[in-house]
Structures are given as structure tokens and as C-alpha cells.
Ligand binder design. Structure first.
Ligand code: PLP
Length: 353
């Protein structure tokens, strides 16, 4: 660190992304990426012509993609804002709405804490119950901005449509940000609620369910007045926030609904197989509505299991030092990857006994 950085940058503890090692070919089940390739139809949009015309700035309003998203969800174009990954959408929300205070679960997406620090937002952590479920009543009438991931990050547990609605309805004077990074693997989606609730910001991503993590495209769906707020933040930071290539890939991905549905269905089926396999080996497995499971075994602790899997060529994620220190988070891969993971875990846990 240099002597020139301001105090906040000296103090901040940045977000730690899951590792993306290039030293060998791993089975990568550590960052909740999609195991299936991006849509072929999406890739076909990236023509020579598009590449030549990268001399031009991207469309700051992301028009073609905004229209595709609006049409897909049956909302108006002014209800949609496209961002550089949903992390950028979340950053805009913290800047626009969280300065007077924000709250979120003690076990959830680690970036919320980093944003709170970065943008000077006093943050309150609301403890999940012992079984890692959310008590919606803990979030009623908080008098501050609320951020919830539904399904929740790290646990994979969904609170369900009724509980989510009750949180939004019980905070009419405050913004409720619903991070839907994993909603496509669940059974409900908050987007239709934006017509009813003017305080609801729904944050979505192409990274997980639409196989475009490397393209960096997210989007917000909310009441038009809220989209106008967030656009003010965007145009005060980075007007050309989404590049032309990524915009076209995302447009193609949302148009290719058959591919999306078939890959999501395969991942959901593999999730059940993974959970069943782990339970069969004596693991505790939290009930997941996402594309990962959080699981622990009494045979090996979470950190060790993660390290041993890595030495066998499989990456999973471990979150040390907090309430989920005993656990590993395993992304749902292809059927073959799930089989290989289960086989390897079996060997490791048997040799640990
Ligand atoms: C992966 C993830 C994100 C970030 O997604 P990007 O769109 O790739 O920036 C946001 N929130 C949660 C809960 C996530 O798991």
C-alpha cells in the first residue's frame, strides 16, 4: 500500500473473489458459475461487423437489451437498468439508498459489507435463525434500507414468496433491495411485485443462470422513479457501463429461452443428486433453492475438506471464521462433475475416519 491512499482505502477490507486458478484444469465448483456454455444463439450475435464497430462507444442506454429484458418480463423499458454485472447494480443501490443506514443478514453475500464500508453506509447485521432461515419479522419497519438475497447467498435457502412480500409490505417508507442472483434456480421471482411496490428494487444477473459470468451483465427492475435515481448514479460514474459485445451476448441469452430452461432444469436435477449423495455420506445439507449447496460433515472440517478436494483437482468454497466455518459451499456442476465430486468426497471422508 502507498502513503498516498486516503484513510478509507487504507482501512477497507476488499471483497475476496473465489479463486480462478490457471495452473491446472480443475473441476470448478467454487464460484457458482454455470457449468454449461453460453448460448450458441447469443454467441452468433458477435459478428465481424460488431467487432469492427467497437471503434464506437457502446449504447449508454443499452437500448436493445433493455427492450429484450422488458419484453421478457412484461415490464416497461423505464423499469429496467442494465449494469456491469449485478455487483455494479448493488453498488448503485448502496450509493443511492443506503447512506442513512442499511441492514442485511449476518450470513449472506459478502459484498454487501464491503459496499457499506466503501460508501459509508452504517450497516446492521440481522442474525439468521440457528437453522440459517430468515425470520421475516426481523426485517419489519426497520426504518432503513434492507438488502436481502433471495435465495440467500451462501446458504441457498429461500424464504419464499409470502415472507419476501411481507418484508416489502412492512417497509413502505424504505427501499428493499432483493438480490436475485439465484432466483432462476428457485420457484418464485420478485419481478412482478414491482408493479405493486414502489419501494422494491430487484437486482438480477446473467452470470449464474444464463452462463455469462465473464461477460459482466446485470440488471435492475424497479419502479420508473427508482430507475431514474439509479441512472443518476450511473451517469455520474460510468455512462458506458456495459460494453457492446456483452450487451449483445446478454440479449441473445435472454432470447434463447429454450436453452436457458433446459440448462436450468439440468442444474436443478443435479442439485438434488448432489444433495442426496452428500446426505447419503452423513453430511448435513442445507435445503438449497440455488445452484449450490452448503454442507458439512463431522468427518472433516470445512477448511480441510476444501484443501483436500483442491489437491484432488476439485475447487469448492470455504468461508472461514464465521457461522459457516464448518461448511463447504459446492456449486452444482454437470452430472459428471457431481459424480466425480461425490466419489472424491467419499474417498476423503473414509480416509479421515
Ligand atoms: C454472484 C452474485 C452476485 C454478483 O453477480 P455478478 O452479476 O456476476 O456481479 C450478486 N449477488 C449474489 C448474491 C451473488 O451470488
Amino acid at each position: 500500500m502507498s502513503e498516498f491512499a486516503c484513510g478509507k482505502i487504507n482501512d477497507i477490507v476488499p471483497y475476496v473473489p473465489g479463486e480462478q486458478p490457471r495452473d491446472r484444469c480443475y473441476i470448478k465448483l467454487n464460484t457458482n458459475e454455470n457449468p454449461y456454455y453460453s448460448s450458441e444463439r447469443a454467441r452468433a450475435y458477435i459478428t465481424e461487423r460488431v467487432l469492427k464497430d467497437l471503434r464506437l462507444y457502446s449504447d449508454p442506454g443499452c437500448g436493445p437489451l433493455v427492450r429484450a429484458i422488458a419484453q421478457y418480463y412484461g415490464v416497461e423499458e423505464q423499469n429496467v437498468l442494465v449494469t456491469n454485472g449485478s455487483d455494479e447494480a448493488l453498488a448503485f443501490c448502496f450509493q443511492a439508498y443506503a447512506k442513512d443506514g442499511v441492514c442485511f443478514a449476518d450470513v449472506t453475500y459478502g459484498f454487501y459489507d464491503v459496499f457499506a464500508h466503501m460508501y459509508d453506509c452504517p450497516a446492521e447485521h440481522i442474525a439468521l435463525r440457528d437453522d440459517f432461515t430468515i425470520d421475516p419479522a426481523d426485517y419489519f419497519a426497520k426504518g432503513k434500507t434492507i438488502v436481502v438475497a433471495e435465495p440467500n447467498a451462501q446458504t441457498g435457502i429461500a424464504m419464499g414468496a409470502d415472507a419476501l412480500r411481507s418484508i416489502i409490505a412492512n417497509n413502505p417508507r424504505n427501499i428493499v433491495v432483493v438480490d436475485q442472483a439465484y432466483a432462476d434456480f428457485s420457484v418464485h421471482n420478485a419481478i412482478p411485485l414491482i408493479k405493486e411496490f414502489k419501494n422494491l428494487v430487484v437486482v438480477n444477473t446473467f452470470s449464474k443462470s444464463r452462463s455469462l459470468a465473464g461477460a459482466r451483465v446485470g440488471y435492475v427492475i424497479a419502479d420508473a422513479a427508482l430507475i431514474a435515481d439509479l441512472n443518476k448514479v450511473k451517469y455520474s460514474f460510468h455512462p458506458y457501463n456495459v460494453n457492446t459485445v456483452s450487451m449483445l451476448l446478454a440479449k441473445g441469452a435472454i432470447e434463447d429461452d429454450d436453452y436457458f430452461k433446459s440448462t436450468v432444469a439440468k442444474i436443478k436435477a443435479a442439485r438434488e443428486k448432489l444433495a442426496r449423495g452428500l446426505k447419503g455420506m452423513g453430511f448435513d445439507v442445507l435445503p438449497s433453492s440455488a445452484n449450490f449447496v452448503l454442507a458439512r460433515t463431522s468427518a472433516v472440517d470445512g477448511g480441510k475438506l476444501c484443501g483436500r478436494l483442491k489437491s484432488q483437482g476439485i475447487l469448492v468454497r470455504h468461508f472461514p471464521g464465521g457461522r459457516i466455518d464448518d461448511y463447504v459451499r459446492i456449486t452444482v456442476g454437470t452430472d459428471e462433475e457431481v459424480c466425480k465430486l461425490l466419489e472424491t468426497v467419499k474417498k476423503i471422508t473414509e480416509s479421515a475416519e
